[in-house]
Write a protein that binds this ligand. Structure first.
Ligand code: MNH
Length: 472
């Protein structure tokens, strides 16, 4: 027996659009999850229907690459205005996805990412220096981590320096990228007709896109005029043929992928660093434990650079990062669609259990997987699912999690290609700042407020930062 998928009452023309807060859609989805539970559907303007799944059991079934493929939902369609058929926003059937995937997978492997450590140290040092000199003033970690992740991905992938630590204002390119992603997110829930009007900052949208593409084209032109020995991702994309098709990536495809690295590689990682800082400051006992580990494994902070080998020994640090991404997956949702009409089973997901409802999803039906919500599913994570407890990710427990339970990097063929890169960068930065500094909120009563562009970040979180006493 097939159960209908519940839907909140719709209003004429708008459907359920008015239920989604355009500034922080996540909060609307949390509220709807409380009201409707494991699954429901929404109808948007123009009659487009979206199914939303919240429970781990349903998410696990939708994470099966033999039954579901990535869908390009309303938001990613907007991001395609800039990134086109680059890796992240391509339809799986677009040939450029396959070509770029095959060329870039080895470049983003854990092994090859180790060769990028030098670049990561370079930019991390710039952050440390700024915080050392500036820490008595107010530090905006979300901004400084954005400088860091942006500068790092640009340096490591295309040997380009944005030098954003050297200006008080965010460099124009970063500002444009942030605006573009914020706009893409809110445009997704807005009727097409309004998108062409010069409202809500639409005016600069097209111009920003043009500028950013031009900046990427300029970087490529520059590289062609001044070839280097450096085997960064740009030279790889310029110089390698796809083993399957024998084709080079076109200049246009390279531009889209460079912009893709910048889009996909900065917000997610900087958000993760900011959330990790938040959770550690809110949980002093966890911070103390991390500090003890860092002091033991990294030794005294005497100006020697932290090595990758040392980072590899910091297990609690990894648990902190995993737990941060469980509670605050900076990419809060992802979209899939069934390859054929198919049935998914609610409750505990067992088709034989008569208590579980069966739902039909049609071929091509857009489904939003709410990672933020499913990674707090009490069935998997227990009664304390909402608390920050890195210990739950240690001692073999992480490896024993049910399939698809922890998936802040997505899943399957379209999972994050930048995971080893983000991981190594975050290990270095978190180890560096918590070893070196005593960090506190400027407002000791600060509680998390979320802001959302394409991804989520803590809003209005400000820090004071002091060097730890030398004896530590
Ligand atoms: Mn990343 C895909 C999360 C860092 C480049 N990334 C994804 C997806 C998630 C994700 C989730 C899957 C989206 C979907 O199914 O629609 N990514 C993250 C997180 C971090 C992150 C949480 C950091 C923390 N990502 C990075 C970095 C880079 C990067 C760093 C690049 C340098 N990500 C990508 C690309 C894809 C992707 C490219 C698309 C891969 C594909 O579809 O083939």
């Amino acid at each position: 027996e097939i159960s209908p998928i519940p839907q909140p009452p719709a209003v004429p023309f708008l459907g359920n659009t008015n239920l989604i807060d355009t500034h922080v859609p996540l909060h609307s989805f949390e509220l709807l999850a409380q009201q409707y539970g494991e699954i429901y559907k929404l109808v948007f303007i123009g009659g487009r229907t979206t199914v939303i799944v919240n429970s781990h059991a349903l998410v696990r079934q939708c994470s099966d690459d033999t039954r579901f493929v990535k869908t390009i939902g309303a938001t990613l369609k907007q991001v395609r205005n800039l990134a086109g058929d680059g890796l992240f926003t391509a339809y799986g059937v677009e040939p450029n996805w396959g070509i770029a995937h095959r060329l870039l997978m080895p470049a983003f492997s854990t092994l090859n990412v180790r060769t990028m450590y030098e670049g990561m140290l370079d930019i991390c040092d710039q952050l440390l220096l700024k915080w050392e000199r500036f820490g008595s003033e107010t530090i905006d970690p979300a901004e400084d981590f954005t400088r860091l992740t942006f500068d790092t991905i640009a340096l490591c992938s295309m040997s380009h320096r944005f030098n954003s630590f050297y200006s008080m204002e965010m460099p124009k390119f970063i500002q444009q990228m942030t605006d573009f992603l914020t706009q893409s997110n809110s445009r997704a829930y807005r009727p097409g007709i309004l998108q062409s009007l010069p409202l809500f900052g639409n005016g600069s949208y097209e111009e920003d896109i043009k500028d950013m593409k031009e900046a990427a084209r300029e970087i490529i032109r520059n590289r062609r005029e001044h070839p280097t020995e450096k085997r960064d991702l740009l030279s790889l994309m310029l110089g390698s043929k796809d083993p399957v098709t024998g084709e080079f990536l076109s200049e246009d495809a390279i531009i889209k992928n460079l912009l893709t690295f910048l889009i996909a590689g900065h917000e997610t990682t900087s958000g993760m660093l900011t959330f990790a800082t938040y959770f550690l400051l809110k949980n002093p006992d966890k911070l103390r434990k991390l500090r003890e580990e860092l002091d033991e494994k990294l030794g005294p902070d005497d100006g020697e650079e932290i090595s990758l080998e040392q980072l590899g020994e910091c297990e609690y640090l990894v648990a902190v990062m995993r737990e941060t991404l469980r509670l605050s997956p900076t990419a809060t949702a992802r979209g899939v669609e069934p390859i054929e009409d198919t049935i998914i089973v609610g409750g505990d997901g067992d088709p034989a259990n008569p208590a579980n409802k069966h739902f039909m999803v049609k071929k091509g039906q857009g489904i939003i997987i709410q990672e933020y919500i499913q990674m707090r599913d009490h069935r998997i994570w227990g009664e304390d699912a909402d608390s920050f407890r890195p210990e739950r990710m240690m001692g073999g427990a992480f490896e024993k999690l049910p399939p698809a339970a922890w998936q802040p990097f997505g899943f399957g063929a379209r999972a994050c290609i930048g995971r080893p890169f983000a991981w190594q960068e975050a290990q270095l930065v978190l180890a560096s700042i918590f070893r070196r500094f005593d960090i506190s909120f400027t407002d000791p009563s600060y509680n998390l407020v979320i802001k959302q562009a394409l991804t989520i970040k803590p809003k209005d979180m400000h820090l004071h930062v002091k060097l730890r006493p030398a004896s530590a």
